[in-house]
Ligand binder design. Structure first.
Ligand SMILES: Nc1ccn([C@@H]2O[C@H](COP(=O)(O)OP(=O)(O)OP(=O)(O)O)[C@@H](O)[C@H]2O)c(=O)n1
Ligand SMILES: C[C@](O)(CO)[C@H](O)COP(=O)(O)O
Length: 226
């Protein structure tokens, strides 16, 4: 990471966690003595090159304001949008640093070394994302519950977060892609659509996205190891 580069971190936290089937949005579930979101924010706050963290929350989110971190001077809350990409774009409009990284609220097990690595790699035109190589044999289904074909896995990666880019480039790429009706599930998708080739930074496979009920216990275990 360049000594002089300053970043803003965007944390999309406006989802409802439907796949988690919990009594609250999954980012507010208890984890390792605090909540999923607070664990995620703590890792970002520990990096001094991150000047500000912008957390995008849902319109009627009554949970965020109850967190002690909601009052942190480096944290700003903005309103999220219908989809994750809309939440990210809303937050991007508030970014005033040259570089920006986007990290899912639902990924609390991020290691500081991985964060630093993707921040350093992001300081180039196409940006960079944390990613982990696929380990299993990959199949494509035929839509009727059977295998259509096996997929070569030698260059297949799981896209993780953080994803790090030049702010102006990402803002323009994401706004244009959404305006064109492109389905954007991560920031790299918008940059690829705009013609860039973000770098792949191999990260830890335990940087999981808490998505389904069984993921919470796994995240608890991983956090005990950090
Ligand atoms: N409109 C949305 C949808 C999702 N997210 C955030 O994007 C991250 C990754 O999305 P995902 O894991 O899909 O979270 P949810 O959308 O909450 O989960 P689900 O699809 O199960 O409802 C999460 O931190 C989520 O809070 C967001 O900021 N705004
Ligand atoms: C951004 C992301 O974490 C990359 O893998 C993922 O796409 C977010 O989850 P979602 O369910 O697609 O919103």
């Amino acid at each position: 990471m360049s000594d002089s580069a300053t970043y803003t971190a965007i944390v999309p936290a406006a989802g409802i966690g439907s796949r988690m089937a919990a009594d609250r949005p999954k980012q507010y579930l208890p984890l390792a003595g605090s909540t999923v979101l607070e664990q995620t924010l703590s890792c970002l706050l520990a990096n001094p090159a991150i000047a500000r963290i912008i957390v995008a929350t849902a319109l009627h989110d009554d949970w965020f304001c109850q967190l002690p971190l909601a009052q942190h001077p480096r944290i700003l809350q903005v309103q999220g949008g219908r989809e994750r990409a809309d939440s990210v774009l809303n937050a991007l409009l508030q970014v005033n640093t040259e570089w920006v990284l986007v990290h899912d609220a639902a990924r609390p097990c991020l290691h500081r070394a991985d964060l630093a690595a993707v921040m350093a790699a992001g300081l180039q035109a196409g940006g960079a994302i944390l990613a982990s190589r696929v380990r299993d044999t990959m199949k494509r289904g035929d839509g009727q519950g059977a295998i259509a074909t096996s997929v070569a896995r030698d260059e297949l990666w799981h896209a993780l977060t953080p994803q790090c880019f030049a702010t102006a480039t990402l803002r323009q790429a994401l706004a244009k892609a959404l305006a064109a009706g492109v389905i954007i599930t991560d920031e790299a998708s918008a940059m690829e659509w705009a013609g860039f080739n973000p770098k792949l930074v191999e990260g830890r496979a335990d940087n999981i996205k808490i998505t389904r009920p069984e993921d919470l216990a796994l995240a608890q275990f991983f956090l005990q190891k950090i």
